[in-house]
Design a protein around this ligand. Structure first.
Ligand code: DGL
Length: 263
């Protein structure tokens, strides 16, 4: 087991604050780890940008986290994941789409075999068939980038949010019970989504599904020593935009602060 690795933080990034839902779930499971979070809020939303733009943001974010000497990188963003398969890194990269798709397929088999899996994701993720490569005919995709704006502005659970949900989800009503929240921002809108699609839907949140991959990577590089210290880890959150524009009041874990990165 490598001692140095144990003392390095886990890096997580997203286009904005959506990945904080990923951070939240991972910290629940591994509270003694240290975390460096990067929200590329200056370039958010990714979901309406071009492939070239998103690839360049992803490369930039990965380089930033490597400089922070992280021991692995969790891409807490579905849209970035679609454009990350060719990006190389000196540390392991955890991607969010495959574990989410697998979990949804399992649930569909058990609970709603005749229905379709409804995939709610950004316009880019849907257009680039980010989930189709794992789900094929089992799914229908709904372009839902409008939800990102609501979540970044902290407007979930408001009449405005409900109106947007009604509009975006029109085509998905009655098509299936298993719903993938295929954008890390969308867990924040779950109550509004349920109001429209019905309370009997079974949501599969990409944030929760990545935890298993993180566990596998920690096992691979040997994390036990760190977790046995019993000491709570540090969480540092950085954004590429203005810290004052960040709305994460719902994030209840202790963190060192919200820092603005220069570049
Ligand atoms: N949170 C990101 C995702 O999981 C995308 C939000 C955006 O459009 O930037 O896809």
């Amino acid at each position: 087991m490598n001692k140095n690795i144990n003392n390095k933080p886990i890096g997580i990034f997203d286009s904005g604050i959506g990945g904080v839902t990923v951070l939240d779930k991972i910290v629940d499971k591994f509270p003694n780890e240290d975390y460096v979070y990067l929200g590329d809020t200056r370039n958010c939303p990714y979901g309406i940008k071009t492939k070239e733009q998103i690839m360049s943001y992803v490369r930039h974010a990965i380089r930033y986290l490597e400089k922070q000497d992280v021991k692995m990188i969790v891409i807490g963003c579905n849209t970035a994941t679609v454009n990350s398969y060719d990006v190389k890194s000196s540390v392991g990269i955890m991607r969010i789409i495959e574990p989410t798709a697998k979990e949804a397929l399992k649930i569909k088999k058990e609970k709603d075999n005749d229905g379709k899996i409804i995939v709610l994701a950004t316009n880019y993720t849907i257009d680039a068939k980010g989930y189709d490569r794992f789900l094929g005919d089992e799914m229908i995709g709904v372009r839902s980038s409008d939800f990102v704006t609501i979540a970044e502005a902290g407007l979930q659970n408001s009449p405005e949010s409900l109106k947007v949900c009604e509009e975006v989800l029109k085509e998905a009503k009655g098509k299936g019970k298993v719903v993938i929240l295929g954008c890390t921002h969308f867990g924040l809108l779950e109550d509004d989504i349920r109001k429209v699609l019905g309370d009997d839907i079974i949501t599969v949140e990409s944030s929760a599904c990545i935890v298993g991959s993180v566990k596998e990577e920690l096992d691979r590089i040997g994390y036990n020593e760190k977790n046995e210290t019993g000491k709570k880890g540090h969480i540092s959150i950085s954004v590429t935009g203005k810290a004052k524009d960040v709305h994460i009041e719902w994030f209840k874990k202790e963190y060192d602060g919200i820092f603005e990165v220069e570049d």
